[in-house]
Design a protein. Sequence first.
Length: 278
Amino acid sequence: MTIADIILRAAIGLGIGFIIGLTGVGGGVLVLPSLTFVLGLMPSVAVGTANLYASITKIFASYSHMRLGHVSGRAALLLLIGAVPGGLATGLWINYTVRNNQGSIVQMHRFQDRLGTLLTVVVILAAAYMLFNTIYHFRKKETVDPDCTRSSRALSDSPLRVVLAIISGVFVGAMIGATSIGGGVIVVPLLLGLFCLDARETVGTSIVIAVVLTIITTVVYGAGGQIDLPTGLIMGAAAVPGTRFGAKCVKRLPEKVIRCILAAVILVAACLMIAGQR
């Protein structure tokens, strides 16, 4: 690895780290396009490396948000009940599939192509959803959702919402296990819809959920040899100051501005993923 390669990886890590601290998004949705489209890693290795990067950066970002009181413990616990087994099972399946296809170059390329297509589809769908969510937020009247009047900082005790949260957690865990995407682009909409959290608490809670899942999947992918360790460590180390500064900026920005940044970040990532598939 040349000096230019190290500088490029550090610059990417620093920039995305700031976005993670500010929005809770970026561990997969921005790192993956950078790893596959810019650095040229295979999709399975990119997923493992993205999880390593996310686990490093979000440890510091989650600590910052917890100190600032931006985390809902109940929301995080309910989603993680389903997400941990979902992520663990999916990561193990990816490792098993890669290991079984290593003897066939054709099968390996086919699997990597399918995984790359899945990554692109997930990012595009997440971008569309977040764009719709942002437009809706701006157009609706400035009234409080009746379901959120009891508390904007805790999930209702409705059994249906609890069940939906756990089931959604399984899906989140599976998506992070398969793509490293989900800590922000999938968890953020779920927190907004199910838990009635404000934008700041949504960001902080999504980061705490993501750090638990990415640590688990990093261990699984590392055991399967699907991580570019130097790239992940360089980008992760460079991201630390970026995440700290981004987390501090959240406190100073209006909620609508944070929502706009969330949507813009995911749209940019979707464009990068589409370009990388051509």
